[in-house]
Design a protein around this ligand. Sequence first.
Ligand code: URA
Length: 449
Amino acid sequence: MSVHKLNIVSLIRKKRDNEELSPDEIKTLISAYAKDQVPDYQMSAMLMAMFINGLNDEESAAFTSAMLYSGEVLDLGSIPGLKVDKHSTGGVGDKISLLLAPVVAACGVPVPMISGRGLGHTGGTLDKLESITGFNVNLDLDRYREVLAKHNLVLIGQTEEIAPADKRLYALRDVTATVESIPLIAGSIMSKKLAEGIDALVLDVKYGSGAFMREKSDAIALAQKLVKIGESFGKRTLAFLTNMEQPLGYKIGNWLEVEESIDGLRGKGPDDIMELTYVLSGAMIYLGGKAASISEGIKLAEQAVSNGDALRKFRDIVEEQGGDTSLIDHPEKYKKPEIVHEVKARDDGYVFSIDAYSVGMAALELGAGRRSKEDRIDPVSGIVLEKKLGDQVKKGETLAFLHTNNTTYLNTAETLFQKAVVIAKDIPKIEPLLNCRIDKDGIHESITQ
Ligand code: URA
């Protein structure tokens, strides 16, 4: 069907009235939009109709496929082994990719990782990697293949060739209040991941105050949709539902998170970081065919950390992609922020809740994130938590240190942080970090099978 034959108004009306769009209609619409043949005002109306009425499984598959084939779909067949990647739906302090990618690669599974930048209150792997002086995330696709073949690992950003329709549509969704839709998010994530040339995918779908999906039921629905789309493209897809009620680890901010990841690769990371790294790595090693089960994959991942292979792999990839390896060997030598501001507890009691969204926004105010697309990230700024959920505190004790080079928003950040942390007399009930595992057969309480 050509766009000239496609009556956009009738398609919008169809979706508005909750009727089903055919795969052909979706494909023609998306490819025409990617070529600038559909104006933003009509696409905005269509997005809102999709947001309100949703997409069924067939429509979702067609939507994903249309975005996937709007650009290049990489063929990594010349590189031996099953290629596996991980995607997280985004959180605060979520630096797991920095640990897991070298762990899995060190276990013999090729990891072709294409990551994003920070979005709103959530951080992004690319910004974290770029805090390592010299690290180049902008490799072309030939170099991407070359680095992957050499190291079993490559870490880059989305290129112009990868799912260009998603790039345009995402920008439009951002300004038309149509981001938080399960089928639109699922199509957006999966089109980019499927374009990487992977054979299998592990998903970390987050719920709670720091996640895009605050409700567990929404996160489950998103995970199910993502798994269904992945499997419909013939890729084994496993999702884990994880708790984002409080930030992951103790450090939030770009270089701070690299520093905490190096601790983790040395086997000395915080418990939540190590647990999530090992489970997600174990699942990737299993899907990559190097372990007979997730549990066996977890053991291999633990060994790769304890014998130093994972840290060496990280150092190798930093060197290959132009980064300063002396910072990996001596992270303490990194430049320091001009201001390190102490935030003190105002009451005695227990840390009862930490609103991860507000902590993420406080880090953004300090310079760790962007208020607008043009904003520059300050790599040293961010937050170092001294207390986490359930910890006992005394009035006047340190809750956190705020790191920044700019005092303009320090007060705003401190206010956000103070509001985010609730201290109460009662010890809170802390939910497990990993909630359940979702695959094509359904939802499983057991994380490792
Ligand atoms: N991340 C994406 O890549 N797309 C979305 O729609 C939301 C989060």
